[in-house]
Design a protein around this ligand. Structure first.
Ligand code: KIV
Length: 270
């Protein structure tokens, strides 16, 4: 495996990638070993997503995730990453109450977590919050469309923007977050044509998840692409490996060898 060292990706690089038509590859990570492997592989951006609540902590959704948990996971990721841009998710209730709390919590993810940018969900309704965080020189990635923290308003994880009124609202959301100074925007669970329209109109990069091929980049949850999370597999996920199967095989072999006395062998003993 040959690894070409490269300098740290910055938000300026993401902008150049959009201008040059180079696609941006983004994955989630929540801990040191996964983040290290994807950093060495050359991933452009690592998102410490609040999806940690679903795929690591086993909650049904992302709402229970706290600032302390996000800070802990961000710190573990940031410790192992030298090349990718690290973006940390702001969890539910960390930016919705008031601007001062939002700014403090964004600052924590940079200062204590070691991220280079934060991400928060919403469009027109969070434009003022994005502006306030950007004003303290913390880059913000916006997230519109199927926003998991709004699960109860949406009535479940549903594709957004299929009807004209919803599509127009999403266009307004995209314009609002870009005008507020977001450095990129995640488009989740929206029709590919609408994502293409937003991508063409905005000057900032769009990162799609379940939003088709027309975005400037793609993001997926690492547990989903490696086959580590069986309880939920959305249509937009492509599975690149069966890590659950590999882990299960290793654990089965270990149990069998302990039971039949094959492990530990002389080479593992003092
Ligand atoms: O929390 C997360 O992992 C995310 C991505 C899936 C976009 O927000």
């Amino acid at each position: 495996m040959s690894e070409t060292p490269k300098k740290r990706t910055t938000i300026l690089d993401l902008q150049s990638m959009k201008s040059n038509g180079e696609k941006i590859a983004v994955l989630t990570a929540y801990d040191y070993p996964f983040a290290r492997i994807m950093d060495l592989a050359g991933i452009d951006v690592i998102l410490v997503g609040d999806s940690v609540g679903s795929v690591v902590a086993g909650y049904d959704n992302t709402l229970p995730v706290t600032m302390d948990e996000m800070t802990y996971h961000t710190r573990a990721v940031a410790r192992s990453v030298t090349q990718a841009l690290v973006v940390a998710d702001m969890p539910f209730l960390s930016y919705q109450i008031d601007l001062s709390e939002a700014r403090r919590n964004a600052g924590r993810l940079i200062k204590e977590g070691g991220a280079q940018a934060v991400k928060l969900e919403g469009g027109v309704n969070v434009a003022e919050t994005i502006r306030a965080i950007v004003a303290m020189d913390v880059p913000v990635v916006a997230h519109i469309g199927l926003t998991p923290q709004s699960i109860h308003r949406m009535g479940g994880f549903r594709v957004q923007g299929r009807q004209e009124a919803q599509a127009n609202q999403l266009l307004a959301d995209a314009r609002a977050v870009a005008d507020a100074g977001a450095c990129a925007v995640v488009l989740e669970g929206i029709p590919a044509d609408l994502a293409g329209k937003i991508t063409t109109e905005l000057t900032i990069p769009t990162i799609g998840i379940g939003a088709g091929i027309n975005c400037d980049g793609q993001v997926l949850v690492i547990h989903d692409i490696l086959g580590l999370c069986e309880k939920y597999s959305p249509k937009f996920v492509k599975r690149y490996a069966d890590v659950s199967g590999t882990i299960r095989q290793g654990i089965d072999d270990y149990i069998r060898e302990v039971k039949d006395g094959t492990f530990p062998g002389p080479e593992h003993s003092f």
